[in-house]
Design a protein around this ligand. Structure first.
Ligand code: FAD
Ligand code: FES
Length: 365
């Protein structure tokens, strides 16, 4: 396998790739070069990011940490971003979002992911059993859960449960930049044994990060119980990044909002917020058009309607949290299934998985 580049370095396509790829395409029509390359090695691809699982650590019964070596199509990441990881389960490709845990300055050729195994969770249970050498699909790194450069003077990270993963990537990155003392890291878990990266949190604290752990079912942390205003004593005047379950994210958002500082809060939902009560729009009418393809509006979310029309569009969570299904609506009205909000503006970007057309809608593909 060709040697992969360092995982953290952001890079574009080299001159050789931009010249060689069209030539390869021409020689390997109609299947394209990847069909032939993957016969030699399943990670070889000129365009798709694929990664080989090189290590799986089971440090807690409901958690698996995977180390994956991406191929040369990988373009690097910013701390806090996630990928869509795709696996084949029973012949069906399933994708879910997973945050990269590594520092942006990691010079190794391995990406690290920590997956909390959900009871009855399809993909997380599959990942727990992945054997070394398995090849998985990855998207390029994505998501706005990143810390701008130049870095803010102070940074507050707040995470709950498996939401520790992007916060850990940011904390590791700022530590590697010599900015450990600028970081306050609040982490919420049920008990000390439920904390992934427990030893590393101690190491971060020793390096100068202010680490505050709070357990919701046991004592023993620097703080105690669920997130509340007291936990923020003296630190609310800094920009904050919060990741984890919707209940924690919403509680934190209320506090930043009450302080009139919501603009300084960046959120990453791992689970969708509670849906709003959405008015009934009556029987579906009109037609939905996806590029050249049209079909009668069935009243289902646009992503499902596109798939029913035979289109294969990108998606990740299918629950309105990752934005990977976003497409441009050129005309028509849609309702957001979670918030109930209407979008009537032409030429606006909408999430197909959670928007339902009301009457005629055109999506530009
Ligand atoms: C931006 C982003 C980053 C993320 N990063 C991470 C990360 O770093 N680590 C991580 O662990 N997760 C992360 N997630 C969450 C992850 O994408 C998946 O949602 C999670 O792993 C669950 O996927 P699954 O296929 O195992 O569960 P699914 O099969 O999708 O099930 C989802 C939930 O429904 C429940 N469920 C499933 N079937 C049933 C049933 N029949 N009856 C009742 N309940 C049921 C499951 O218990 C589970 O809680 C992230 C999510 C986002 C959006
Ligand atoms: S697929 Fe994640 S927002 Fe639509």
């Amino acid at each position: 396998m060709p040697v992969a580049p360092p995982v953290g370095a952001r890079r574009g396509r080299g001159l050789f790739a931009s010249v060689a790829t069209p030539l390869l395409d021409a020689f390997t029509e109609p299947h394209g070069p990847d069909r032939y390359l993957e016969m030699l090695n399943p990670t070889w691809s000129t365009r798709e990011v694929r990664a080989e699982i090189v290590e799986a650590r089971h440090e807690a019964p409901d958690t698996v940490t995977l180390f994956a070596r991406p191929n040369r199509a990988w373009q690097g990441f910013s701390a806090g971003q996630h990928v869509q990881l795709t696996v084949d389960i029973g012949g069906v490709r399933r994708s879910r979002c997973y945050s990269i845990v590594a520092s942006e300055h990691d010079c190794s050729d391995r990406l690290e992911f920590t997956v909390h195994v959900e009871p009855d969770g399809l993909v997380s249970n599959h990942l727990q059993r992945l054997a070394r050498g398995t090849v998985v699909g990855l998207s390029q790194a994505q998501g706005p859960f990143t810390v701008p450069s130049p870095r803010p003077e102070r940074v507050v990270l707040i995470s709950g449960g498996s939401g520790i993963t992007p916060a850990m990537s940011i904390a590791r990155t700022l530590r590697d930049e010599g900015r450990a003392a600028s970081v306050t890291f609040l982490h919420y878990a049920r008990s000390p044994t439920d904390v992934a990266y427990s030893e590393e949190l101690d190491a971060l604290a020793a390096s100068g990060v202010r680490v505050l752990r709070s357990y919701t079912r046991e004592s023993g942390g620097e703080l105690s119980g669920r997130f509340c205003a007291d936990h923020l004593a003296g630190i609310i005047d800094a920009p904050a990044w919060v990741s984890g379950p919707a209940t924690l994210v919403e509680a934190v958002r209320e506090h930043w909002s009450a302080a009139g500082r919501e603009a300084e809060l960046t959120v990453e939902h791992f689970t969708p917020p509670a849906p709003a009560v959405v008015p009934d729009d009556g029987a579906p009418t009109g037609e939905v058009s996806f590029g050249a393809r049209s079909a009668p509006n069935s009243g289902a979310p646009l992503l499902e309607q596109a798939e029913a029309a035979g289109l294969e569009l990108p998606y990740g969570c299918r629950r309105g949290i990752c934005f990977s299904c976003t497409q441009r609506k050129t005309s028509g009205t849609v309702r957001h299934r979670n918030s109930g909000a209407l979008s009537t503006e032409p030429d606006s970007d909408i999430q197909l998985c959670v928007t339902v057309p009301i009457g005629d809608v055109t999506i530009d593909l």
